[in-house]
Design a protein around this ligand. Structure first.
Ligand code: SF4
Length: 239
């Protein structure tokens, strides 16, 4: 196999061909094929040139926004790709869009999102500095948890986002995204409080903001977690 950049270039070419074909046939934007999904491999690549990340990320969004690979597309109002800095050092990953996110097409914009903004502000981050996304890009019905097969199907998209952005720190918001990325069934209590290795990045697990709305007693633990995250960020920057 050639280099990763060559590989992803071929991937982009396939998407472009599919778009052109759909245009020629007048069938509108194509859905993503299983073959296309299977062709996404995630190996240490040396990554995307930082000056190209915004473009590559936007192109990838366009390639997959009409995905119908799992049942979650059926109830989707808007595909929720992610938001933030394409070269973010810190990425926050939730489990999936809720009602407000599905309406707006942006992750973490409801009450839980407002709380996340406050948490970010408390550690001197904001949405323009970090990147925020979810494991699944379409809203599970009635805000149920994403099912394992749905997460497995959607996971290559998240991995590709990580591949493009190359965050140094990943903060999983809640048990579900943590278990999905770390491929573990360990409970959240066992995953918090330390950094895990994730493909060279440091991954920290904390509570989902929606859980904080229901269980305010989790706020103290969340504060400890995000302070740990901020301290590691500062350490990496030599502050
Ligand atoms: S949740 Fe992911 S895999 Fe399922 S339809 Fe949406 S984008 Fe495709």
């Amino acid at each position: 196999m050639g280099s990763a950049s060559q590989f992803f270039s071929e991937l982009a070419d396939e998407a472009a061909r599919a778009l052109q074909q759909a245009d020629d046939l007048g069938t509108g934007a194509p859905t993503v094929s299983v073959q296309f999904l299977e062709s996404i491999e995630f190996k240490s690549s040396g990554g995307v040139d930082p000056t190209q990340r915004a473009t590559v990320l936007q192109k990838f969004n366009t390639e997959i926004e009409n995905c119908t690979l799992c049942r979650l597309h059926e109830g989707r109002n808007k595909f929720v790709f992610g938001v933030g800095n394409p070269s973010a050092q810190v990425m926050f990953v939730g489990e999936g869009p809720g009602r407000d996110e599905d309406m707006k097409g942006e992750p973490f914009v409801g009450r839980a999102g407002q709380l996340l903004d406050k948490i970010l502000a408390a550690i001197k981050f904001d949405r323009k500095i970090v990147y925020i996304c979810n494991v699944v890009k379409c809203r599970p019905p009635n805000n149920r948890d994403p099912q394992p097969d749905e997460m497995e199907t959607c996971m290559p998209y998240l991995l590709r986002q990580i591949e493009i952005i190359q965050p140094k720190l990943i903060c999983c918001l809640g048990r579900i995204s943590a278990q999905a990325l770390l491929k573990t069934s360990a409970p959240l209590g066992k995953l918090r409080g330390r950094f895990h290795d994730f493909q060279g990045a440091k991954l920290l697990v904390t509570y989902h903001p929606a859980a904080l709305l229901r269980f305010p007693e989790y706020k103290r633990g969340t504060w400890e977690d995000v302070q740990m995250l901020r301290a590691e960020y500062d350490r990496m920057l030599g502050r």
